[in-house]
Design a protein around this ligand. Structure first.
Ligand code: HMG
Length: 381
């Protein structure tokens, strides 16, 4: 079930970063002339995290990484890989990892790359970090894995109330805070449920279809896990929390409803499962909206801080396109002192809540600016 001795690696350090602005969905509803209950009750959203002018996905990734590095007992010279899961790519060739590594001062004998699979990209980067360590290829080096995104939809798009931004960084080394089971359960099916064509600033979405894809992936991943445990009841008995990718909280409720249908749960059983094991995992997600690759890992880091050593946490990752994976983590002793709580507390305390009018002004500046490259002659000095 969990890891054999030779695979003794996991999450050694965690850092999170959220941007400096926030917008309540009530405010968004007011300036859009929409009943706020649609956003709060219909979608389960509360607050959107937004970048201020000039604040970028690179800043979020760098700050999350610095926080993870500061509270780890190694330093930059111990990092042999940086992998960044994102769908906020700044360039078609240059990986986001290069933008971030540059600011961290990380270079040399380091494997550096970006991972793309919509919201699933952060999970893939994490798995690659773990598998790199587990294979022995890493030697005694550690991996720096970052999931970072600025999620913006076109103005007045149905996805607008679900926007968000944030980054989560992990050092993959000794399993001080959490170990991750070697075995996980993936499911993929090529689909156009949500995609962003090259050169376009905002995603295109087949909204209703995307809900079906998410629900199917939930069911098919959980069925694989349940098969290895002898049934869904054994799964529920094993885990203290079930974290999900959170495009918006009501989507996660729908995913649980699908599990209820698949396992013939009564309405009460479905609600009890959601209220006990799932809803508490989304406390931070409700404060920031959909952070794409970081969304699931915001929920997981919340739960690593909430449960005692030895507790088991399930993590369901979903990315449009679509690919999904259900992972299992175990809380390790170091999580008893969850230093990363300070990141969330300080970022939420420092952020400025803006009015609907401020938001409209921010959007009126047009599409988000990409991090620009210096002139080649300068870049190569
Ligand atoms: P919509 O079509 O504008 O909303 O956008 P709707 O009409 O379907 O209403 C939504 C809910 O609000 C409904 O509840 C309404 O009944 C309710 P439901 O029937 O679903 O239970 N409602 C109200 N409730 C109370 N008071 C009211 C009221 N009015 C309506 N007055 C949609 C909804 C999800 C399509 C839109 O937000 C969207 O396009 N979102 C983006 C796509 C998305 O998040 N999909 C989720 C699965 S795909 C995924 O997770 C991947 C993703 O993260 C990207 C990636 O992987 O990179 C998105």
């Amino acid at each position: 079930m969990s890891n054999p001795k030779q695979f003794d690696c996991g999450i050694a350090s965690i850092g999170l970063k959220f941007p400096s602005l926030g917008l309540s969905v009530d405010e968004l509803a007011r300036v859009r002339g929409i009943d706020p209950d649609k956003f709060t009750i219909g979608l389960g959203c509360e607050t959107i995290a937004l970048c201020a002018r000039g604040e970028t996905v690179v800043d979020l990734g760098v700050d999350a990484a610095r926080r993870a590095l500061e509270r780890w007992d190694g330093d930059l010279s111990d990092i042999g890989m940086i992998a960044v899961g994102t769908e906020t790519a700044q360039d078609m060739s240059r990986p986001l990892s290069a933008f971030i590594a540059e600011q961290l001062g990380l270079d040399g004998a380091v494997r550096s790359y970006e991972v793309k699979h919509a919201c699933y990209g952060g999970t893939l980067a994490l798995r690659q970090g773990l598998e790199w360590k587990q294979s022995g290829a890493a030697g005694d080096k550690a991996a720096l894995v970052i999931a970072a995104d600025v999620a913006l939809y076109g103005e007045q798009d149905g996805g607008e109330p679900t926007q968000g931004a944030g980054a989560v960084a992990f050092i993959i080394d000794k399993p001080l805070l959490a170990s991750v089971d070697v075995r996980s359960f993936a499911w993929s099916k090529p689909a156009f449920d949500f995609w962003r064509p090259v050169g376009e600033s905002y995603p295109r979405v087949e909204g209703k279809f995307s809900l079906d894809c998410y629900n199917d992936a939930t069911q098919f991943c959980f069925e694989q896990l349940a098969e290895t445990r002898g049934g869904i009841d054994a799964v529920i008995a094993e885990y203290e929390a079930f974290c999900f990718h959170v495009p918006f909280p009501k989507m996660v409720r729908k995913g649980v409803n699908r599990l209820g249908e698949a396992y013939a749960w009564s309405k009460e059983e479905s609600s009890d499962f959601f209220d006990t094991y799932v809803d508490p995992t989304m406390d931070w997600n409700r404060m920031v909206g959909n952070c794409y690759t970081a969304s699931l890992w915001i929920a997981v880091t919340n739960q690593l801080a909430a449960h005692k050593e030895g507790s088991r946490i399930a993590a369901f990752s979903y990315g449009s396109g679509y690919g999904a994976e259900l992972l299992s983590l175990t809380v390790e002793a170091g999580a008893k002192h969850p230093a990363w709580l300070a990141d969330v507390e300080s970022d939420f305390a420092a952020r400025k809540m803006i009015s609907g009018e401020d938001y409209l002004e921010l959007r009126s500046e047009g599409k988000p600016k990409l991090v620009t490259a210096p002139e080649p002659a300068v870049a190569n000095l």
